[in-house]
Design a binder for this molecule. Structure first.
Ligand code: V47
Length: 383
């Protein structure tokens, strides 16, 4: 049963028991930028409904009831990784049990397998393999473009780009340019984790640091490769670390306008070196969405990734600032290795149902947020 959207829309004026939120509400309603201190106040407020109301007002100002989703497929070409990130359960050292690396034909076959609904996006990320040459990844992309010329390729995190550049003895701009020429259309937002050095040393000591992640994103945006941005929360970071992360993303976005979507990622501790940390709660998940929406005033979209927070929480978050729930995914590995209990993929009709029952209007998008119309196994993108 679908719900009349107008019956769920908050029509009343802002109300709160938390006086600290009043000046923030005034700024939000005037469309003014929030400060670092405002961000901390939002994280600490006991009135989550008021924080959510404010975030929802921004979401509705930007998008009304429209909620975006796509029909995509994840491809993780290898789980062999030289980094030993304590946050990760997916990467394995070369020679360890459970490693895999797809031959190119295998990766191309994987791209075609799964649901029959024609995908509009391949999302490709993987481990930092010590031996795979740069050309393996370029051949992978070129082969996908030949086989699926209409499908958008969103591939390689800033971390992978920096690693491939080093291995191929190229600069970051050169590496990005060659990726683009091979057929990469945009980049996912992974690997950002939390920018603060103190936290990065604990959770992902072997990765590029926060400044390098931001610089790689800057270079990508400069050559016209748009990207997403993520933030991993719910481990050892504090409120100030989260706000610092958001403000640094906002500052780069002021400069490049290259980020499309912000995606908070809930830490999944199982089978990681941080398995003693409890899983995030619904309240924390909802708050990340809301604070992200309020602080990132120059980001068009806030995504509640259903794989991470469960389809049920993703649905609730559509009233707390999110306007996107990601896609069908089909085969998710990174969070499932870390204990995710969500399905590995959802059908298009399931996503439509989640959105409709939240009283929102489903909008199938391509990666660039253009409208997609489809008939069974083919699609058209509005230009
Ligand atoms: O970079 C790794 C995170 C990211 C764990 O751009 C973990 O549209 C939780 O970035 N618990 C990869 N998170 C996924 C990602 C992503 C996902 C969906 C959409 C988009 C997009 C990007 O997953 C990694 C890391 O931050 N991650 N291990 C873990 N145990």
């Amino acid at each position: 049963m679908s719900v009349e959207s107008s019956s769920l829309r908050p029509r009343h004026s802002f109300q709160t028991d938390d006086a600290a939120l009043l000046p923030i509400a005034t700024k939000v309603q005037a469309g003014e930028r929030l400060s670092f201190e405002d961000g901390v106040t939002l994280y600490r407020s006991g009135d989550i409904l008021a924080v959510g109301w404010l975030a929802n007002s921004v979401r509705e100002r930007l998008h009304g009831d429209v909620t975006y989703f796509n029909v995509n497929r994840h491809i993780n070409p290898t789980n062999v990784c030289v980094a030993s990130c304590r946050l990760c359960a997916f990467g394995r050292k070369k020679g360890d049990a459970g490693t895999y690396t797809m031959a190119l034909e295998e990766a191309w076959d994987a791209a075609a397998s799964g649901y029959t609904e024609a995908v509009t996006e391949f999302h490709i990320v993987g481990g930092l393999h010590p031996d795979l040459p740069f050309e393996y990844f370029m051949d992978l992309v070129r082969g996908l473009k030949v086989r699926f010329p209409k499908v958008h390729i969103k591939a390689f995190t800033m971390v992978e780009v920096a690693f491939l550049a080093k291995r191929g003895k190229m600069t970051i701009p050169e590496t990005l340019q060659r990726m683009k020429e091979a057929g990469v259309d945009s980049m996912p937002g992974g690997g950002a984790e939390i920018f603060a050095d103190r936290i990065r040393h604990i959770i992902c000591d072997h990765k590029i640091d926060g400044s390098e992640w931001l610089e790689t994103a800057r270079q990508a945006h400069k050559i016209g490769l748009r990207s997403n941005a993520t933030m991993l929360y719910g481990h050892v970071e504090n409120d100030e670390d989260r706000v610092d992360h958001l403000v640094r993303l906002r500052t780069l976005q002021d400069e490049t306008s290259g980020f499309q979507t912000f995606i908070p990622l809930a830490f999944h501790p199982d089978h990681t070196a941080l398995s003693h940390i409890p899983r995030t709660t619904g309240m924390l998940d909802i708050r990340q969405i809301a604070v992200g929406r309020l602080m990132l005033d120059n980001f068009a979209h806030i995504k509640s990734y259903w794989q991470m927070v469960t389809p049920k929480m993703a649905q609730i978050s559509l009233r707390f600032g999110a306007d996107d729930i990601d896609g069908t995914v089909v085969e998710e590995k990174i969070y499932h290795d870390a204990g995710a209990t969500t399905p590995q993929g959802l059908r298009r009709k399931d996503l439509v149902r989640l959105i409709t029952e939240a009283g929102r209007t489903p909008f199938e998008r391509d990666t660039m947020y253009r409208a997609v119309t489809r008939s069974e196994d083919t699609f058209t993108v509005a230009v």
